[in-house]
Design a protein around this ligand. Structure first.
Ligand code: OFO
Length: 183
């Protein structure tokens, strides 16, 4: 008797998404290292935390695949791309990465609808909600850099922004906290 509770299509889509979350973690890790190297420790702190959250997302999907008695495939994670050219470019890239990931999440939700796999549909709603939070965070970063002057931001403005980001994350509710609250 087949005891797998995921179709082959969804098993593959969730495994692929697991690797995409791991890739996002690597990308944010590389941006964090770049920001730290540039002396922006506040930005780096924010990005290190974000990399952790992406790893949590990967694990959350892995656990769900196992829970549905399906096969987990851990594969190589593609390398992150080039370092950002500036803080403004970094925040642009973060926003784009989040919007792209939202599209991937929506694709999987569409598949669950087609298959009428309500368990996986329900599971994916956590990610739909999470992407709203992450897009909002990324939009806030874009607003901050815009106020600071974008590519033309002065050293003083960047210093203030960096200090701000170094202080705020611990007050903010992280995705990790949300995960713990709604396993
Ligand atoms: Fe995994 O949430 Fe961002 O991308």
């Amino acid at each position: 008797m087949d005891t797998t509770r995921l179709s082959h299509t969804l098993q593959k889509a969730l495994n692929d998404q697991m690797t995409k979350e791991a890739h996002a973690a690597q990308v944010y890790l590389s941006y964090a290292a770049w920001a730290s190297d540039q002396g922006f420790d506040g930005v780096a702190n924010f990005l290190f935390r974000h990399a952790e959250e992406e790893r949590n997302h990967m694990t959350k999907i892995l656990e769900y695949i196992l829970q549905r008695n399906a096969k987990v495939k851990v594969v190589a994670i593609p390398a992150p791309g080039a370092d950002p050219a500036s803080i403004s470019d970094c925040f642009d890239k973060v926003f784009k990465a989040e919007v792209d990931n939202t599209k991937e999440i929506y694709n999987i939700v569409n598949m669950t609808l087609e298959e009428k796999d309500w368990a996986t549909w329900n599971f994916m709603q956590w990610f739909v909600k999470e992407q709203i939070e992450e897009e909002t965070l990324a939009l806030n970063l874009l607003s901050k850099i815009k106020i600071a002057g974008g590519e033309k931001a002065s050293g003083d403005a960047l210093y203030a922004l960096d200090r701000d980001l170094g202080n705020t994350p611990d007050d903010a509710k992280s995705a990790e906290d949300v995960t713990a609250a709604t396993p």
